[in-house]
Design a protein. Sequence first.
Length: 473
Amino acid sequence: MYNSKLYAILEHFDKYEQNRCRKYIQSPYFNRSEELVELFEVLISAINGENGVNLEKEYVWQKIQADKEYDDVRFRKYCSDLLKLIEGYLAQQIYEGNPLHQATYLMESVGKKKMKKLYSTAMRTARRLSKQQNHKPSSYYFYQYEIEKNYYDLTDFETNRTEKTNVEDIITNLDYFYLAEKLRLYCSVLSRQYVVSYEYELLFIDEIVNHIKKHNYENVPAISIYYQIYLTQTEVDEESHYYRLKSLLNKHSLDFPHKEANAMYSYAMNYCIRKSNRGQLNFLGELFELYKDLLDKELIFSDGELSPWHFKNIIGTGLRLGKFKWVENFINQYNDRLHPKYRDNAVTYNLAQVYFYQKEHDKVIQLLQEVEYDDVAYNLGSKAMLLATYYETDEVEPLFSLFESFRAYLNRHKDIPVNRRKNYGNLIKFTKKLTRTMPGDEKAINKLKEEIKNTKNIASVNWLREKIAELED
């Protein structure tokens, strides 16, 4: 049973969730089978590593039906029924975590049962919860639509035709939801097309864009922000779109759930990265400011933790801008927000980066020679940094030894994507050529420059260009 879906789902539960799920399964409203309760306990005991528990089917059967012979069909039914109960528990947690959704279901229920004495109470509850909502993503307007639609049904406007109805509110909220959600998904499609060329067929998208272009949706951040993201992706050269997006994010990012706000910033950050990669280094500063904003608003953290990739990228951006003191303070302040599994490697690697930028090469070599990173990306980055350090310090013998061991590492690790292997293979090749190019040899230098210019996929290409420029002086 260790490989079963049931076991795999329960493995995700911590002790708190185990107890909540236990109460759900023990509730006679949801379950009246003692066998399912016992099956749950056996599985949880195994997950918690309690002594004497194994999950052979016959063993588990004896725990739930000690006086009967093993029945495989019946045992599978128990497992299936428990799985449905756990799925119900998971759905219940989402339901309980969304009071506004509960209120709309209450309105719908009292309307169907014609409990007129509860109409006003249900309506007041829904409107009160609506006002308390801190976040206003597209789904917020869908819930507003449901509230207004249920209010229309409760008020019986179909028979009271002389009264002014709330149809306008129903339609407005439905439109806001539709426009915002359609734009959100369209922005995702456009982003994916940078990576994979695939044509999606999306109805009415041109009409939606033209409509929003002609109307003011400043009062609906879910629409105005995604429209601005759309513009940064389709009119890349018009930089005012980015600055407008940045302004909207500064003003409204906390109006959205954490995950969605983070995704919105990712669009702005990707715009900055593309611009800086094309040589517009002012956008490197913009990227840095976005990172600082995400840190200040705590939006960059997931469950209180900082991704080691964000940690590395923030440090890399700060170093490229020469903000060495800020980067050192950042490492000291935020290293404890990294998951313990990644912390030592992340701190060691990124401290080496700081020393490299500060040209304290002895410290770089000392740090990088002591560590063999578990993660392939860190391993590649550390080898590239060590390669550059040996070149900078004229350590010829260690450099040529690293050329060989680095290439062997690339050949040995077939799990490294082909383009990434090319990146680092080309770095090795062109660094070798650098070592053979004499300062002032204009012909050889120009040939090397041209080769690099005509070669795609080169890791640390900016460093290579800097070293070539030094040979020209």
